[in-house]
Design a protein around this ligand. Structure first.
Ligand SMILES: NC(=O)c1ccc[n+]([C@@H]2O[C@H](COP(=O)([O-])OP(=O)(O)OC[C@H]3O[C@@H](n4cnc5c(N)ncnc54)[C@H](O)[C@@H]3O)[C@@H](O)[C@H]2O)c1
Length: 261
């Protein structure tokens, strides 16, 4: 699929996997709305880039960002929910309400708010729902695509703390439900499952100090990680799923084979 002039929203756009994703879409000529709680490192005058300061865990911010994109470019084609934060590997008995709320709000509520705000704009494109079932079903028109960045912690209990693991399992469930619910209306929703990625996510999440009980419990599983991947590797998988018509409700691992263990 050509991404030329496609209207793309990327959250967490100013660092790590999000920044790498923006670079790939930009190279393809897409129009990209870059949502992040932080300012971009350098200001740009690129007419195809729209920087929006947005805390995805705020419903108000998320809805205002979607409106700003639609007001500027007239619609949305692709939503990539990349922004996320970690916990400190705390077990459930050591997880504070504040930590639970903070991690769930960014990693789960954020994608939820953005999907809820973006999907009506997908659905408003021409072409109604597909009629018929089974082999008599016609292909739905392509209206919109969502790619949600989960984690190995979405499919394993041995990768992170209780809050992060719960948030990514929840995001995987939301993604599958969305893939199914809109399958006949031209909307696809897929998931990336990164293993360990070379970014500063722990420090960016304010988690320089690990919770040592939790960390030691995870160590055995982390010691089996075949190796880290680079943000670019994950970004390539995101862009692939964004253009992969026919793929819906899928989980694509980018983990050097960790999940194959
Ligand atoms: N780095 C890893 O090892 C790893 C592994 C598996 C999954 N992931 C997932 O990949 C995604 C990206 O992580 P990364 O490693 O690139 O992290 P990162 O810290 O390098 O980048 C995250 C970006 O999200 C932004 N952000 C954080 N909170 C936000 C908020 N409330 N609203 C808007 N923007 C916000 C940050 O400012 C930052 O620019 C996350 O969802 C993370 O859970 C990362």
């Amino acid at each position: 699929m050509s991404f030329k002039d496609k209207i793309v929203i990327v959250t967490g756009a100013n660092n790590g996997i999000g920044a790498a994703t923006v670079a790939l879409f930009a190279a393809e000529g897409a129009k990209i709305a870059c949502l992040d709680i932080r300012e971009p490192a350098t200001a740009t005058s690129d007419p195809n880039r729209l920087d929006i300061k947005c805390n995805v865990s705020s419903q108000e911010d998320a809805e205002a960002a979607v409106k700003q994109v639609v007001d500027k470019w007239g619609g949305i084609d692709i939503l990539c929910n990349v922004a996320g934060i970690t916990d400190k590997f705390e077990r459930v008995s050591d997880t504070s309400n504040d930590q639970l709320t903070r991690v769930m709000s960014v990693n789960f509520n954020g994608p939820f708010y953005l999907m809820r705000a973006a999907i009506p704009h997908f659905l408003s494109k021409p072409g109604g729902p597909v009629e018929g079932t089974g082999s008599s079903t016609k292909l739905p028109p392509h209206k919109g695509t969502i790619v949600n960045v989960c984690s190995f912690a979405a499919v394993s209990g041995a990768a992170a703390g209780a809050a992060y693991t719960a948030s990514k399992h929840a995001l995987l469930g939301l993604s599958r439900n969305t893939a199914w619910m809109y399958r006949l209306e031209g909307i696809r929703c897929n998931v990336i499952i990164p293993g360990g990625v070379a970014t500063n996510i722990m420090a960016n999440s304010g988690n320089e100090k690990f919770d040592m009980s939790g960390y030691m419990s995870l160590k055995l599983a982390h010691d089996t990680m075949p190796g880290i991947v680079w943000p670019d590797d994950v970004a390539r998988a995101i862009v692939f799923l964004a253009g992969a018509n026919g793929i819906n409700g899928a989980e694509l691992t980018v983990d050097q084979g960790w999940r194959a263990m």
